[in-house]
Design a binder for this molecule. Structure first.
Ligand SMILES: O=C[C@H](O)COP(=O)(O)O
Length: 250
């Protein structure tokens, strides 16, 4: 089954109303391949979700940057998957390395969150990736396999999961993984899915790359057979760079 290229813009904890409107205007005017060829999703902070959804062209979609691990309730400061459904937000990013590192989100917690979001009908961009220390000690595959295993143990339907490989050392550093480094891990992850979930999930699950992607380096990365798209941070906020990493491809 052909995997549709997927490009996500993760705006993280950035933006004012005016800045957000400017980026949306740029996205709305961008000439990009049709929705049949590339799926484009932008992820503003929670407070701008509704605004962005109301202004954004209809062929692009919106993602939240997190949601609670179970049904909502007495969890101050959290937002639930049910709320995302209520607002018509189809996607959520889960397990970003910033949350894993700064908010101590464990592999198991991330796996539970992905499974709960998907069970409620919210599609998940599930993030995994190794630190520089882990890469240098040769444990990259063990780390990403353990992170993926924790997701696979909880998720029964992979149709609505995109796996985002984001090496921590490449995030916000300008040190993008080489196309060969990205391809190597993506290919191993697909093998892991084949061996531990099933061949259909391995063939159909989109594995996207994140970490210092921009208009200048995206083409080479996109040309790798197991790189099915990007999760872009910094460059997704730069009005001049926004359309460039959506266009490369296919
Ligand atoms: O979610 C996006 C990643 O953290 C990548 O961020 P970056 O493109 O600024 O390196």
């Amino acid at each position: 089954m052909a995997r549709k290229f997927f490009v996500g813009g993760n705006w993280k904890c950035n933006g004012t109303t005016e800045e957000v409107k400017k980026i949306v205007t740029t996205l709305n005017e961008a000439e990009v391949p049709s929705e049949d060829v590339v799926e484009v999703v932008v992820s503003p902070p929670f407070v701008f979700l509704t605004l962005v959804k109301s202004l954004l062209r209809s062929d692009f979609h919106v993602a939240a940057q997190n949601c609670w691990v179970r049904k909502g309730g007495a969890f101050t400061g959290e937002i639930s998957a049910e709320m995302l459904v209520n607002l018509g937000i189809p996607w959520v990013i889960i397990g970003h390395s910033e949350r894993r590192a700064l908010l101590n989100e464990s592999n198991e917690f991330v796996g539970d969150k992905v499974a709960y979001a998907v069970s409620q009908g919210v599609k998940a961009i599930a993030c995994i990736g190794e630190t520089l220390e882990q890469r240098e000690s040769g444990s990259t595959m063990a780390v990403v396999a353990a992170q993926t295993k924790a997701i696979a143990e909880k998720v029964t339907n992979w149709e609505n999961v995109v796996l985002a490989y984001e090496p921590v050392w490449a995030i916000g550093t300008g040190k993008v993984a080489t196309p060969a480094q990205a391809q190597e891990v993506h290919c191993e992850l697909r093998k892991w899915l084949n061996d531990n979930v099933n061949s259909e999930v391995a063939a159909s699950t989109r594995i996207i790359y994140g970490g210092s992607v921009n208009g200048a380096n995206c083409n080479e990365l996109a040309a790798q057979p197991d790189v099915d798209g990007f999760l872009v941070g910094g460059a997704s906020l730069k009005v001049s760079d926004v359309p460039s990493f959506i266009v490369p491809l296919v």
